[in-house]
Design a protein around this ligand. Structure first.
Ligand code: SAM
Length: 279
């Protein structure tokens, strides 16, 4: 059965993909490792991800922002490098973009594929690829690359961040655009956590809160209505550091939006969105 986006709130998706627990070992605060994401997006957490970020609410809160950014630049082909469970890939397919959906987690991709079929009967072109070796596994050049949903935060070393950005840069056409977002970690590090939960983490009964934050680790706890708890260990990217990396890898123009707005106070937005142009 296929559903439209209007049905997204009700029928949260499909069969579980795998049953497997997250593993953080004896000292979770020491888990500061780029490769660890494949052990975080597993089993029950993958099944619940779409509860965490309610698709319908997310659709409403994002509005046309990404679609407008892409259309304004005449984009036709998009590589979604952090497909997750497929929200943006499905959205872009609905808007008529040629979309390839990559992710390093096979379980997330399996869920995305099912979601594509469920929400609109789309057959997602999925590729299992880690950003650090993207060019090895994904072919072609794209008008745009998107890396959304606070995904880049999973890279724990500067070397990995530079490598991933270099791979993104190389896969863009000469006038291509990279859109990459991140939580406002500056605010969390400097002022404490105060997300209004308006964007992305919009699931009503799901809480997302920091369990531990220091300059090298933001460990978040996600609690679901059935009292199950999952964690993500992430690197707290500062906004200007991210902008510098984008500039240093070669992007010529970088515009940073706060919660989809051009003007904002530095501590207000929950999320920053960087729109980086190659030429
Ligand atoms: N974009 C989706 C969304 O907004 O719902 C998914 C966001 S989820 C926070 C982050 C995704 O990035 C996960 O699906 C994870 O597997 C993927 N990811 C993290 N590090 C990665 C890497 N080094 N290479 C490829 N994918 C990675």
């Amino acid at each position: 059965m296929t559903k439209s986006v209007d049905d997204l709130a009700e029928g949260k998706t499909s069969e579980p993909v795998h049953q497997e627990a997250q593993t953080f070992g004896d000292n979770p605060l020491e888990v500061r490792d780029t490769d660890h994401y494949t052990q975080e997006y597993v089993g029950g957490f993958v099944d619940k991800w779409d509860d965490l970020i309610d698709w319908k609410k997310r659709y409403e809160s994002e509005g046309q922002f990404f679609v407008d950014q892409l259309k304004a630049r005449g984009v036709e082909s998009v590589l979604d490098v952090a497909t997750g469970t497929g929200f943006h890939s499905v959205r872009l397919l609905e808007e008529g973009f040629e979309t390839v959906s990559a992710d390093g987690s096979p379980q997330m991709l399996a869920q995305a594929f099912t979601n594509g079929l469920t929400y609109g009967g789309h057959i997602l072109r999925v590729v299992n690829a880690d950003w650090r070796w993207l060019n090895r596994d994904v072919h072609g050049e794209y008008d745009a690359i998107i890396c959304l949903g606070n995904s880049f935060t999973h890279l724990f070393s500067e070397r990995d961040r530079r490598k991933a950005l270099a791979e993104f840069y190389a896969m863009l056409k000469h006038d291509g655009v990279l859109i990459i977002d991140q939580r406002n970690y500056d605010s969390i590090l400097d002022n404490g956590f105060s997300s209004k939960h308006t964007y992305y983490y919009a699931g009503e009964d799901v809480s997302a809160e920091p369990d531990h934050v220091d300059e090298g680790l933001a460990r978040f706890k996600y609690t679901f209505p059935d009292k199950s708890e999952y964690y993500l260990n992430m690197y707290p990217l500062r906004k200007n550091y991210m902008r510098r990396l984008l500039r240093e890898v070669g992007f010529q123009r970088i515009d940073t939006y706060g919660d989809f707005q051009e003007t904002y106070g530095d501590s207000e937005p929950d999320f920053f969105i960087h729109v980086a142009e190659k030429s």
